[in-house]
Design a protein around this ligand. Structure first.
Ligand SMILES: [Cu+2]
Length: 430
């Protein structure tokens, strides 16, 4: 069911100024960098000379900006919010693994490697399409986060820090005005998993011994003894930890713990080590591009999405396709969010670094006759919208806001084998 609000928008379509062939978006998928640059020049009247992040593939911009105003961003959001665009990104995540599996069998290659390459490849296409469309409208392109923070507290990674600050709930500030206790508790929580792993293993072994006993009385006695030993081991492990929890009453600790229960921050802190590791020369030398992509996709990429996840507006259900439905936590909406491009631009920096180390200057699906060219093997992009006058062009923004045009095209057809999208909440696939 389409929400009544959406009906209103679609009825407006009969009065919209949209006409066949007047789709404002520049289609970039599968085009060479020169072809994209030419399209940008035609629309904007200026030859693009800059790449904002990424390599030569991205030389489609006039200028780069760390941040666009919400109004500027909204202009390209109309394209990204198109139902067919949402489906494109969503189904890419749904289908890229299957595609890699099929291709791996055909080529006798590793599935993970092909998937990892496609992860870079497809996101490059998403990224480039946004950059080109911003430039075509005469707007600056969005610069990615340029490097991984050396530590979680690296001042160069201000955006992360500002998110952390924003996420500190007011109630936490009240409980712990200087934030010291929270920091202590956080350090303690970060150290705890490794300490607990050992105790858990000890507990597992001890309980296996108990279960192996056949006499019920002996088993009961042994169980009591084992429980005590496990409790002692837990207390000992806590005592050996470098970071201690702050001294406070159990109630206070409980309340403070709730402040810490910002899962996204915690997860990102845990995966931050990988973020640094994946950029080291040793890691880049040892792994193929596909392995690198697969490693990033499976470690810090997801937590970084979650870190920037904002609560989806209450009216953003499965049917609401409006541009403000741009939560970073779901593949149906994350690509509508500006931070997605900052994040995937950063992901792409790793691919660039990998290529540079090996002397590649360009990457192409067809390197024939080209020098220093990395030939993509995993290059699954899924089904992109038709930007000329089809499924990628059902909404056009007018001077006073939304003009949604062409009612027939507003919902792309979905095959019954495809999962319902809005209900998918994938933690890694975004
Ligand atoms: Cu992502």
């Amino acid at each position: 069911m389409i929400r009544s609000g959406m009906f209103l928008i679609f009825f407006l379509s009969s009065t919209a100024t949209f006409a066949q062939g007047s789709c404002p978006w520049v289609p970039t998928l599968g085009k060479t960098p020169d072809e994209v640059a030419k399209l940008v020049e035609e629309k904007s009247g200026k030859k693009p000379t800059k790449a904002c992040g990424g390599g030569t593939d991205f030389k489609v911009c006039h200028e780069c900006s760390a941040k666009l105003s919400p109004e500027q961003w909204r202009r390209v959001q109309w394209m990204l919010a198109e139902p067919a665009y949402r489906d494109w990104h969503f189904h890419w995540h749904q289908n890229s693994v299957t595609d890699a599996r099929t291709k791996a069998k055909e080529l006798g290659k590793s599935e993970n490697e092909l998937q990892g390459e496609s992860f870079f490849y497809a996101h490059r296409e998403f990224y480039r399409n946004v950059q080109a469309n911003l430039a075509a409208m005469g707007l600056p392109c969005i610069s990615p986060w340029s490097k991984a923070p050396a530590t979680m507290d690296d001042p160069n990674f201000e955006t992360i820090e500002s998110v952390l600050k924003k996420q500190a709930l007011p109630v936490c500030a009240k409980l712990d005005p200087g934030g010291q206790k929270l920091k202590q508790l956080q350090a303690f929580e970060n150290e705890r998993p490794s300490a607990e792993r050992e105790v858990n293993e000890f507990a597992r072994n001890r309980m296996a011994e108990v279960r192996a006993l056949t006499s019920p009385t002996e088993r009961m006695k042994a169980d009591r003894k084992a429980q005590q030993e496990i409790a002692d081991a837990r207390a000992k492990a806590r005592a050996l930890m470098t970071n201690k929890p702050p001294t406070m009453t159990p109630q206070e600790e409980d309340a403070l713990r709730r402040c810490l229960d910002r899962g996204a921050v915690r997860d990102f802190r845990r995966s931050h080590e990988d973020m640094v590791l994946h950029g080291t020369n040793e890691f880049l030398a040892k792994n193929s591009l596909g392995q690198l992509g697969h490693a990033i996709d499976g470690s810090w990429h997801g937590p970084l999405h979650n870190l920037y996840e904002t609560r989806q507006a209450p009216d953003c259900d499965e049917e609401n396709i409006a541009p403000h439905c741009d939560s970073m936590g779901d593949a149906i909406s994350s690509h509508v969010n500006m931070n997605f491009y900052k994040l995937h631009g950063l992901v792409d920096e790793y691919a660039e670094k990998w290529m540079a180390r090996r002397g590649f200057e360009i990457a192409s699906k067809n390197c024939e006759g080209k020098e220093k060219c990395f030939q993509w093997t995993g290059s699954y992009v899924g089904e992109s919208p038709d930007f000329v006058n089809g499924s990628g062009c059902t909404m056009v923004h007018g001077p006073n806001g939304v003009v949604a045009a062409n009612r027939d095209r507003a919902r792309p057809s979905k095959s019954s084998t495809q999962p319902s999208r809005g209900t998918q909440k994938t933690k890694q696939a975004k």
